[in-house]
Design a protein around this ligand. Structure first.
Ligand SMILES: [Zn+2]
Ligand SMILES: [Zn+2]
Length: 330
């Protein structure tokens, strides 16, 4: 099969992915073989390919927003031809204290698709049968792919923030996750306040129906019930915190923050305000989100790249050269 293969990470300008042939993978027991129809390109793929995340497997086929159909290892639940999605969480041990508590997103020994196990920049891939999610008819291949990481994570962030129908919600930063989350919020009749840097992001937020748009650390004109921050900046977290009503929640959707600046506890956190981080996702988040996406007709903007142009797709993500998400079609 054709695949984009990473042997050694390098700057994307050096074209670290080699397009070549690999043996078609064999599904082990409890796994399915998937014929890949589309695979979204996530910024995390770039961090893997460029070596910002330590190498965990070599050679590696990246890609963790996979849409495909069952082509082997079929079961009664997943007959041949079933259309499924595979996301970043490729598996958990099911036995650690976190899995036992029903918080598999915090598993001590997870597998990550396209990082610790091969992913979807290929004609075929294998995945754990219990970690694929069936995709509703209403979501077509190319538009479903970008939902499977950015979309699910954005959705989880809304859950972690405790968003309820009709609330005032702030989105601080407006990248891949936020521009999907805003559509969910609008479907839930929330008022959405977007603070973000970059004129193009502000225009996009306005065009997607934000009730108010401001720059990166601007405070919205109302007190927020909930806020989600997407920028890797502690200043942005403090801006979000200082916009909250008593009892409000800030969910921080960032793996890394520069630092949290010193802040005034009495004024900003007292009053049962909360700051929480968002880590990974659960299978329930994935299942629930694809249903919501289908119901509200979520349809991200996509730019399609053939598998041979996987390096170019990552380059485009790095340089923000495309509008919307990049999707590889093998
Ligand atoms: Zn676990
Ligand atoms: Zn991702």
């Amino acid at each position: 099969m054709r695949a984009a293969i990473l042997n050694s990470p390098a700057n994307i300008a050096a074209r670290p992915l080699q397009i070549g042939d690999l043996p078609q993978p064999e599904p082990a027991p409890g796994h399915v073989l998937i014929r890949v129809r589309a695979c979204g390109v996530c910024r995390t793929d770039l961090h893997i390919v460029e070596g910002e995340l330590p190498q965990r497997r070599s050679p590696l086929v990246p890609g963790h927003q996979i849409v495909g159909e069952i082509a082997g290892g079929a079961t009664s639940d997943l007959p041949t031809g079933t259309r499924v999605g595979v996301s970043w969480i490729g598996g958990t041990d099911g036995t650690c204290p976190y899995c036992s508590r029903g918080t598999e997103n915090l598993c001590d020994a997870p597998d990550f698709t396209g990082y610790t196990v091969d992913g979807g920049y290929a004609e075929y891939t294998v995945a754990r049968s219990d970690f694929v999610v069936r995709l509703p008819e209403a979501l077509d291949d190319l538009h479903a792919a970008p939902l499977l990481c950015a979309g699910i994570i954005g959705f989880r962030s809304l859950r972690v923030a405790g968003v309820e129908q009709g609330e005032n919600v702030g989105l601080f930063g407006f990248g891949a996750s936020a521009h999907l989350a805003i559509e969910v919020l609008r479907a839930w009749n929330c008022n959405v306040y977007v603070s973000t840097r970059g004129e193009s992001h502000r225009r996009l937020a306005a065009s997607l129906g934000a009730d108010w748009v401001g720059s990166e650390t601007d405070r919205p004109p109302v007190e927020l019930d909930r806020a989600v921050t997407f920028a890797p900046s502690g200043d942005v977290v403090i801006a979000a915190l200082s916009s909250l009503r008593k009892g409000g929640v800030v969910a921080i959707n960032a793996i890394h923050l520069d630092r949290i600046p010193e802040f005034d506890y009495d004024r900003l956190l007292w009053g049962e305000r909360q700051m929480r981080s968002v880590a990974n996702m659960t299978r329930a988040d994935a299942r629930d989100f694809v249903q919501v996406a289908a119901e509200i007709g979520l349809r991200p903007k996509v730019t399609v790249f053939p598998l041979d142009h996987a390096n170019e797709a990552l380059q485009a993500v790095k340089s923000d050269a495309i509008d919307g998400a990049a999707v590889i079609k093998p």
